[in-house]
Design a protein. Structure first.
Ligand code: NAD
Length: 499
């Protein structure tokens, strides 16, 4: 059995805990490897190694750091296929989607290549007679990232590119469900010239995460995952005096106004709901259909579903792969069954699709489902399903739709579909959600903006990557200086004045 271990100090290091967890191939249902779970001792080792590497790394010139980021950018691009294949093998998403993930992750490396520009401080001359003030941004020290299963390349790159370019040393705790891509990222960073110890991976679960949250030498923690875990990580990390950004789950609504083009909206809803088997934090999970658009829209979505090709992610024709585990597949299927008994209409029932072909048998596959007349109070509406289930909620007016979206505890992404620019502008003004698409169903910001939801989708005040990432991974120092003539020196017990 292939063993997957930590990456500490520029080399693979075995776990000392003796605890190992199976890593499945979701398309076959077979165990393909085992990952070693970190002990507290492993976490201490990684933090010590990252701590030792910090002094030299923060002293490394900006141009040298930028050069390493450029080399890393080139290597990630050259290894896109290798990274995507690892993602497909352990996560299950189709290869083209995995390539898309790597490409969106790469944007963050490209952003970090501009670190000399991004770390510029400010300078004010003559704030008082003969006195100047300047500000500088300095790294925090050892920082950690804890990432979810659904983007094993992109989400680590959201964090590590900026964190490292800013001069921090970094410890990644990837999801134990798809741990291999993190190790390839470590190898590529080493090949790019990153000194040993600047980037490290500890594999594991709550033990590893709690170890990082409690370790006095870890200065900041970035987290992306489900809301209950995000909430607990935020409170534990901040109680320990750390800077924490914790991004949680989602329930993304797509508001379709009566003037929207039905085919365009249906294509967008199907793509955004079922892409990556709905296992995206920016997936559309609820279409909010306003007025008379509901019937034709539900028909248009339903008519597209039988044509979707579901199969192993490494088969060229497959458009949607399996779910991450058998338990998760069964949980998702449970929402479809429950919706019918709670008053929704099951238009398409994914549980009826059977996957008994030789290439799918044993895999964690589930067909796509479409639920109509879904409303608050039903589990399919109230909870994050994180699978290939699209709900339609019907409302009479824009205002009713907006109230529904704003009342939802999550606020990650949302979209409006309309031909009316005024309505779209009003929506962008009114909606209490962090990322908004106008005729764009999955509005993940480009890397030179920042990513973050509102409400239960983000704990803390720092959005991730882009300019907010640079802020998160640095602290500001402000220097006030003067070079007075000693002949003018005098004692003055008053508080320093600028006038
Ligand atoms: P998860 O919360 O179960 O796990 C995320 C990470 O936390 C993993 O590394 C896991 O090992 C660790 N973890 C799990 N339980 C823990 C605990 N009790 N204490 C400490 N650490 C723990 O999430 P997941 O199932 O891997 O990912 C799916 C979730 O992530 C969904 O809710 C999805 O919406 C969310 N997500 C959010 C975003 C975003 O940007 N807001 C992006 C991607 C995924």
């Amino acid at each position: 059995m292939r063993q997957i271990d930590h990456w500490i100090g520029g080399a693979e290091v075995a776990s000392t805990s003796g605890r190992r967890t199976p890593v499945f191939n979701p398309a076959t249902g077979l165990i393909q490897a085992e990952v070693g779970m970190a002990s507290n001792e492993d976490v201490d080792t990684a933090v010590a190694v990252a701590g030792d590497a910090f002094g030299d790394w923060r002293s490394t010139s900006l141009s040298a750091r930028s050069e390493i980021m450029f080399a890393f950018r080139h290597l990630v691009e050259a290894h896109t296929d290798d990274l995507a294949s690892l993602v497909t093998a352990e996560h299950g998403k189709v290869h083209s989607d995995a390539v898309g993930e790597v490409t969106r992750g790469l944007e963050n490396v490209e952003f970090a290549c501009g670190i000399p520009n991004l770390l510029k401080g400010g300078f004010s001359e003559q704030v008082s007679t003969g006195i100047d003030v300047h500000s500088i941004r300095q790294p925090l020290g050892v920082v950690a990232g804890v990432t979810p299963f659904n983007f094993p390349v992109m989400v680590p790159l959201w964090m590590l590119a900026n964190a490292i370019a800013c001069g921090n040393t970094f410890i990644l705790k990837p999801s134990e469900k798809d741990p291999s891509a993190a190790l390839l990222l470590g190898e590529l960073l080493a090949k790019a010239g990153l000194p040993a110890g600047v980037f490290n991976v500890v594999q594991g679960d709550k033990v590893a995460v709690d170890g990082l949250l409690d370790h006095p030498d870890v200065r900041a923690v970035s987290f992306v995952g489900s809301t209950p875990v995000a909430r607990s990580i935020y409170s534990r990390g901040t109680a320990n005096g750390k800077r924490v950004q914790a991004l949680g789950g989602a329930k993304n609504h797509m508001l379709v106004l009566p003037d929207a083009d039905v085919d365009l909206a249906a294509d967008a809803a199907v793509s955004a709901a079922y892409g990556s088997a709905g296992e995206r934090c920016m997936a559309v999970s609820v279409v909010v259909a306003v007025g008379a658009v509901a019937d034709p829209l539900v028909d248009a979505i339903a008519s597209r579903l039988p044509k979707l090709i579901i199969g192993p992610g490494n088969e060229a024709d497959s458009e949607m792969g399996p779910l991450i585990t058998a338990e998760h597949r069964d949980r998702v299927a449970g929402y479809v069954g429950g919706a019918g008994s709670q008053g929704a209409t099951v238009v398409v029932d994914g549980r009826e699709q059977h996957f008994d072909s030789p290439t799918c048998e044993g895999g964690f596959f589930l067909g796509v489902s479409l639920l109509d007349h879904v409303a608050p109070g039903m589990a399919a509406y109230d909870e994050e399903i994180f699978g290939p289930v699209l709900s339609v909620a019907r409302v009479d007016t824009y205002d009713e739709g907006l109230r529904l979206i704003n009342a939802n505890p999550y606020g990650n992404g949302t979209a409006i579909f309309t031909r009316d620019g005024g309505a779209a502008r009003q929506f962008q003004f009114d909606v209490e959600v962090g990322m908004v698409g106008v005729n764009v169903p999955v509005p993940v910001p480009v890397a030179y903006y920042s990513f973050g939801g509102w409400k239960e989708s983000l704990f803390g005040d720092a959005h991730m990557y882009g300019p907010a990432g640079i802020d998160f991974y640095t602290r500001t120092k402000v220097v006030t200086s003067r070079w007075p003539d000693p002949a003018t020196s005098a004692i003055d017990l008053g508080f320093p004045r600028t006038r």
